[in-house]
Design a protein around this ligand. Structure first.
Ligand code: NAP
Length: 487
């Protein structure tokens, strides 16, 4: 299929290994489908262990030189890469919408977000500072230096196919590492276009490899390899746990950005209009398919009816359509399994006494489209209260006290994003400190920026992406004990 993009070179049906665009050794391919109509957009190589090992060896070789390049050289290439992403923003966004389905405006926003990580880390590469520690003996000083971890394996999901990769590629390259990346099977083209632009920016061959194909065999080759010193993964908690186990065999460094189950709390003293706007943004972005989506909206009982009415009014305005429709606020779900999960969650909520006050069924557009849905009288027995829905379903729970809602908000194995709205300063501090989450959105439903340390606690993962902290995940600390200074 020919995509409607200006720069056709960005649409590549090959894997990228050691600076070469290649097919799988056995020439087998995987189809990539448009979630709007299930048509084949294109095909990518079905790589396996052999291709993975070639990529790992290339990455190891290239990394040796890259770690010796000075900070300004790295910064300059990353800056060029950033500029190229910006100048190709529209095409990259279109590729993203073709394969992922999100509205084009959201895709354009995602590309800007991706670029921001490359820009940020192009700057951070100059700030990998060490320390000098006072001597513990007369003739001693201790010098601390930071060095790249080495070859990094990066496995990314389909919901933000560009941004989730950029959050890893930026800090890894800035730290002096090389990467072997495996994007999700549904959305490989965004990653391949990304690699093309890195090559255009002058990134030396072997530093960034993108393998498409079988997740199990590629994953196993990556985790088994002793050359791969770190795995950074964004995806489900289930696969993350399995990869953690596999990485234990060779004691790899790991960063895990896993599932979430965000509480969104609206206190009785909140600005209700602002809370509604924040909840709509946090719930329905990317058709509810984000790890930081509001999964449980807790509203104080005194304002429950007022909030519900306003929330339904705003959710009703959301337009569901294919992503290239300029009016689209919501696209299709990613695949049949995602649709089945949403249907299961809504049916279960109804069985547990939930009142569907908006949507609650597949959209009349058919296929993978589902109506924006609101469920009142949600309770803690429902699947939606403890499992990620990953769809456009907003369950509204009622609560009566601060203590109660914090306990319910924390009663989950997840700990990625949380949100709350209040106008009380003391409560702002109290609740922020008590929420067991890596991220707290206080009076905001939008929390992502390259300038903040994104990441979770508990079963939502470990490590941080973005900000000055983000580069630490790709650096090892070494100290040099220097003796014989004093006679
Ligand atoms: P997933 O099923 O865990 O897949 C994520 C990636 O892992 C894909 O590239 C997938 O490849 C790969 N994978 C699957 N099985 C594997 C195996 N045995 N070995 C190695 N790799 C394997 O997750 P998803 O459904 O794509 O993504 C949604 C999940 O990601 C949600 O839980 C969401 O909350 C989470 N997420 C978290 C963050 C965060 O920052 N915390 C951000 C975005 C998403 P294939 O596609 O080829 O199977």
């Amino acid at each position: 299929m020919k995509l409607e993009i200006k720069n056709q070179s960005l649409f590549i049906e090959k894997a990228y290994i050691n600076g070469q665009w290649v097919d799988a050794d056995d020439s087998s391919t995987l189809d990539v489908l448009n979630p709007v109509n299930q048509e084949i957009i294109g095909r990518v190589p079905n790589c396996g262990a052999t291709e993975t090992n070639v990529a790992i060896n290339a990455a190891a070789e290239a990394q040796k030189k890259w770690q010796k390049s000075h900070a300004k050289e790295k910064a300059s290439i990353l800056r060029d890469f950033y500029n190229l992403i910006c100048s190709n923003q529209d095409d990259l966004a279109r590729i993203l919408t073709y394969e992922q389905g999100k509205p084009l405006a959201e895709a354009i926003g995602e590309i800007a977000y991706s670029a921001s990580f490359i820009e940020w880390f192009s700057e951070e590469t100059k700030r990998i500072y060490g320390d000098v520690i006072p001597g513990h003996m007369h003739d001693r000083r201790t010098i601390v230096i930071k060095q790249p971890v080495g070859v990094v394996a990066a496995i990314t999901p389909w919901n933000f196919p560009s941004a989730m990769l950029a959050r890893k590629v930026g800090p890894a390259l800035a730290a002096g590492c090389s990467l072997v990346c495996k994007p999700a099977k549904q959305t490989p083209f965004s990653a391949l276009a990304f690699a093309y632009l890195a090559e255009e920016a002058g990134l030396p061959k072997g530093l960034l490899n993108v393998l498409t194909g079988n997740a199990q065999t590629i994953g196993k080759a990556l985790t088994d390899s002793t050359l791969v010193r770190k795995l950074t993964f964004t995806g489900s908690t289930e696969i993350g746990k399995m990869l953690l186990k596999e990485c234990a065999k060779t004691v790899k460094r790991v960063s895990m950005e896993l599932g979430g189950h965000a509480p969104f709390i609206v206190f009785e003293d909140a600005d209700i209009e602002a809370a509604i706007a924040g909840a709509i943004a946090a719930k329905y972005r990317n058709t509810g398919q984000t790890c930081v989506c509001a999964n449980r909206i807790y509203v104080h009982q005194d304002i429950y009816e007022q909030f519900s009415e306003g929330f339904v009014k705003e959710a009703r305005k959301l337009q569901t359509s294919q992503g290239f429709d300029p009016l689209a606020d919501q696209g299709p779900l990613i695949d049949e399994a995602a649709l089945a999960k949403v249907e299961e969650h809504v049916a279960d909520a109804k069985n547990h006494g939930g009142q569907v006050v908006l949507g609650g069924q597949p959209h009349e557009l058919g296929g993978l489209f589902y109506e924006p849905t609101v469920i009142k009288n949600a309770n803690d027995e429902m699947l939606v209260s403890y499992e990620e829905t990953f769809g456009p379903v907003a369950p509204l729970f009622s609560f009566s006290t601060e203590e109660e809602v914090i306990e319910r908000a924390n009663n989950t194995p997840f700990g990625l994003a949380s949100y709350f709205y209040t106008s009380d300063l003391a409560k702002s501090w109290r609740v922020s400190e008590q929420l067991e989450y890596g991220i707290v959105g206080l009076n905001t439903g939008i929390i992502s920026t390259e300038m903040a340390p994104f990441g979770g606690v508990k079963e939502s993962g470990m490590g941080r992406e973005g900000s000055k902290y983000g580069i630490d995940d790709y650096l090892e600390i070494k100290y040099i004990s220097l003796a014989g200074i004093e006679e």
